[in-house]
Design a protein around this ligand. Structure first.
Ligand code: ATP
Ligand code: MG
Length: 445
């Protein structure tokens, strides 16, 4: 049976539509107004189709549309309004509404549109499931990397997989925290049980709490049925609390309880429920700093940090770049290896680039080059512009300080230029655009 959610601030219209759709064999839920609608959306079984009025006080139809698409990008949404104006209709379509229907409309017309929208939503869902399957098939069995610092992290991960301890994975954006977490999960005794990832930064506090711990019927307006939280769903398995550094202090208290007592309390309940879940937390923030600044609870930090694993940034393991390139080429079904496809200079540039987006950035670069289909060798000029520009700071071997002083940057840059020109002061001065005597003066420093 197709589930449909109808949101309108006018009770009489809700009643009419409820009758209309029930008669057609739909399972109908209604919500009076946008705020109520949002609550309905976030709980219970997701609808297959959403119909919403546009002009509503507090939360309007466009806001509902936006939230609904965030929760479920494949959900078809039909908007109806008496105040149709072109701009709203255009906005609605840009935000992904399936149809924008003007009041008054004929029932037959609405039913027809809804039938189409449902078929469209189903096709869209099939497509996105397939895409997800493909992308998970593309995930490596074993994270690629031979550099000592990366291998040390992987050895620690292998050891950690044997135990049930909580793990904190830290590392910059795109370093591979999630694939390391998946590797640990697969190698652990829980490898055939669920693995659930929760992006703690993406959800608002109350929603995140109900998402993690579940809620009981009637615990807040719109909680029309009991709902299991992800800790329950992951039972026997592993949960990855991604971006744990983005949680609020009040949620941190609750997470601490889960780790200490191994039980959860659903929102609105007083009955704690025991859970058996291995927790892996990941963050790209420096949690120690957050603790110092009072933004992250120290006790939770220590609870999470039982086994700390730091995935090193790509710039610290540039020796792995050729390996990763080969891996990404193969994944894009490209024959040959990095030596055949890239000119020596292009490879050098890739290896000396500072990769702020780490492995993900490299993955994207290779994918882009593959899509563009180069027949000849990929040379320097085929690379993205930012990789061709000389780098100022931080330089190899130097600790990347968050904000270096002007003097440090100048010193590092002079060193780098000197290195590039093989120590020739005249050439260096020319590149630096300063007088050789100025360079002599600066050098002894
Ligand atoms: N060692 C590796 N071998 C192969 N692929 C990798 C490796 N590290 C990262 N990747 C790929 O790079 C991309 C980013 O990795 P992942 O999502 O694990 O990083 P992350 O640290 O969780 O990123 P974010 O901080 O943005 O959450 C993924 O597509 C992943 O498959
Ligand atoms: Mg991640």
């Amino acid at each position: 049976m197709n589930r449909i959610l109808i949101i309108d601030d006018e009770q009489s219209l809700l009643t009419t539509l409820e009758m209309l759709f029930s008669k057609e064999g739909y399972e109908v839920r209604t919500a009076c107004g946008g705020r109520d609608g949002l609550l309905r959306l976030s709980e219970g079984d997701r609808p297959d189709l959403l119909i919403s009025d546009v002009k509503m006080p507090e939360v309007d139809g466009i806001q509902v549309l936006r939230a609904a698409k965030k929760m479920d990008p494949c959900l078809p949404v039909v908007l109806i309004t008496a105040h149709a104006d072109l701009r709203v209709a255009k906005d609605a379509c840009n935000e992904g509404a399936y149809y924008f229907l003007e009041k008054p409309f004929r029932n037959k017309q609405l039913l027809e549109i809804c039938r189409e929208a449902l078929a469209f939503g189903k096709a869209d869902r099939r497509y996105s499931d397939r895409k997800r399957e493909l992308s998970s098939a593309r995930r490596p069995e074993m994270p690629v990397g031979e550099a000592p610092c990366f291998k040390a992290a992987m050895e620690l991960a292998t050891k950690a997989a044997e135990s049930d301890s909580t793990i904190l994975i830290q590392g910059e954006n795109g370093t591979g925290k999630e694939i390391v977490a998946r590797f640990i999960y697969r190698s652990s005794r829980r490898g055939n049980r669920p693995f659930i990832t929760v992006n703690c930064g993406a959800l608002q506090d109350t929603l995140l709490e109900s998402e993690l711990f579940g809620h009981v019927k009637g615990s807040f307006t719109g909680a029309i049925s009991n709902k299991d939280g992800l800790f329950k769903v992951a039972s026997g398995g592993t949960i990855l609390l991604d971006e744990v550094g983005d949680t609020s202090l009040s949620l941190q208290v609750k997470l601490l309880r889960v780790l200490q007592e191994k039980e959860i309390t659903p929102v609105g309940s007083t009955e704690p429920v025991p859970v058996d879940v291995r927790v892996i937390a990941a963050t790209n923030r420096k949690l120690e700093d957050h603790v110092r600044e009072g933004r992250f609870r120290e006790d939770l930090f220590y609870r999470l940090n039982v086994i700390p694993i730091t995935v090193p940034p790509l710039r610290e393991r540039s020796g792995d770049i050729p390996l990763l390139i080969d891996y990404f080429l193969k994944r894009n079904s490209i024959e040959g290896d990095h030596r055949q496809l890239f000119s020596g200079q292009a490879l050098e540039l890739l290896e000396s680039y500072h990769w702020p987006g780490n492995v993900r950035e490299l993955e994207n670069v290779i994918e882009r080059l593959c899509v563009l289909g180069h027949s000849a060798k990929i040379s320097e000029k085929d690379l993205p512009e930012e990789m061709r520009r000389p780098r100022v700071a931080p330089l190899a071997g130097e600790d990347p300080k968050p904000t270096p002083t002007l003097e440090a940057v100048e010193k590092a840059y002079i060193h780098w230029v000197m290195e590039q020109v093989g120590g020739s002061k005249t050439r260096a001065a020319k590149i630096l655009g300063i007088d050789p005597s100025t360079l002599y003066r600066k050098l002894p420093r």
